[in-house]
Design a protein around this ligand. Structure first.
Ligand code: MN
Length: 149
């Protein structure tokens, strides 16, 4: 599940976590949203599912309120330890630029299918019931992220 993550990175150059499967081992599943100042600034939403962080790139600020829908582009799985990564990815490396944690907390999945994920987030900014639904656009990687109520 982390082959693509591994393939894209040179771990002798980037300080990003090595591709290892693990769990967050505190009894709760976790989520993180990282603000990533790459070529285009975006937010990376990552949810702990099956011992990895399933990941989506969200071009605009994630919805903290009901009524806002955001495009979310599915990207490669990341190792769980990535939830604690905050640093600068060096020039010339994949995703070069600053990574800052924008929010982090507990992820409580309600339903997970290939096309839809219903979940609750308990972070500092993101709190409540959320939906991720696959739309099929963007080469099939397009999803929508919104607050349920
Ligand atoms: Mn990113």
């Amino acid at each position: 599940m982390l082959e693509e993550y591994k393939k894209k990175r040179d771990f002798t150059r980037t300080k990003e976590p090595k591709p290892q499967l693990s769990s967050s081992d505190k009894g709760n599943l976790i989520f993180v949203i990282q603000e990533h100042h790459a070529r285009n600034r975006h937010y990376d939403l990552r949810l702990e599912i099956d011992s990895v962080l399933k990941s989506w790139a969200v071009p605009k600020e994630p919805p903290v309120k009901f009524g806002i829908k955001r495009l979310a582009i599915a990207t490669e799985d990341h190792p769980i330890s990535y939830a604690y990564f905050e640093d600068t990815i060096p020039d010339g490396q994949y995703g070069a630029g600053d990574v800052k944690i924008w929010d982090r907390g507990v992820f409580a999945p309600e339903k997970i299918t290939d096309k839809e994920i219903l979940f609750r987030l308990d972070g500092k900014k993101m709190k409540g019931d959320y939906v991720l639904v696959k739309t099929g656009f963007g080469k099939g990687n397009g999803w929508l992220l919104f607050k349920k109520k």
